[in-house]
Ligand binder design. Structure first.
Ligand code: RB5
Length: 150
């Protein structure tokens, strides 16, 4: 399992899921920096997506996790940042393939789409799966530098 420190963020819709994922990460010896939200009071997902994605884009964290109701808004925000490869994975197969082929560095899930148990299985698989490199790296090189530089 990849044990590098990780940054996490959510909006109100996935606050409860964020808290459960944090417990899983800490139990597995992974340092996690929580950028909020800090309650179920309504907030705007871009504010939290920008915080997490900019830290990954700047290389302050190797990896991040972003959560909102569907995962759609957070993935749209995160993928505007250079060197961020955010993958919306509400199923296990996508999470595994996002690591093997896309070297995803931000995992996005929808707290209103999947249950907590599946979400944690997805996090586990995402942390355990290696990037295959090779032809997949060449494909990533074609767009990695694009996007907003922080
Ligand atoms: C919040 O109501 C909801 O729009 C948000 O969590 C997310 O699903 C956006 O993509």
């Amino acid at each position: 399992m990849n044990k590098s420190p990780l940054v996490i963020g959510s909006d109100h819709a996935a606050y409860q899921l964020k808290e459960k994922i944090k417990i899983f990460l800490v139990e597995n010896g992974i340092v996690v920096e929580d950028m909020g939200a800090q309650s179920e009071s309504s907030v705007d997902y871009p504010d939290y997506g920008i915080k997490v994605a900019s830290l990954v884009s700047a290389g302050k964290f190797d990896r991040g996790i972003l959560l909102c109701g569907t995962g759609l808004g957070m993935s749209m925000v995160a993928n505007r940042f250079s060197n961020v490869r955010a993958a919306l994975c509400n199923d296990l197969f996508s999470a595994i393939m996002s690591r093997r082929h896309n070297n995803s560095n931000v995992l996005v899930m929808g707290g209103r789409v999947i249950g907590d148990v599946l979400a944690i299985e997805i996090v586990k698989a995402w942390l355990e799966t290696q990037f295959e490199g090779g032809r997949h790296q060449a494909r990533l090189d074609k767009f990695n530098g694009m996007g907003k530089n922080v």
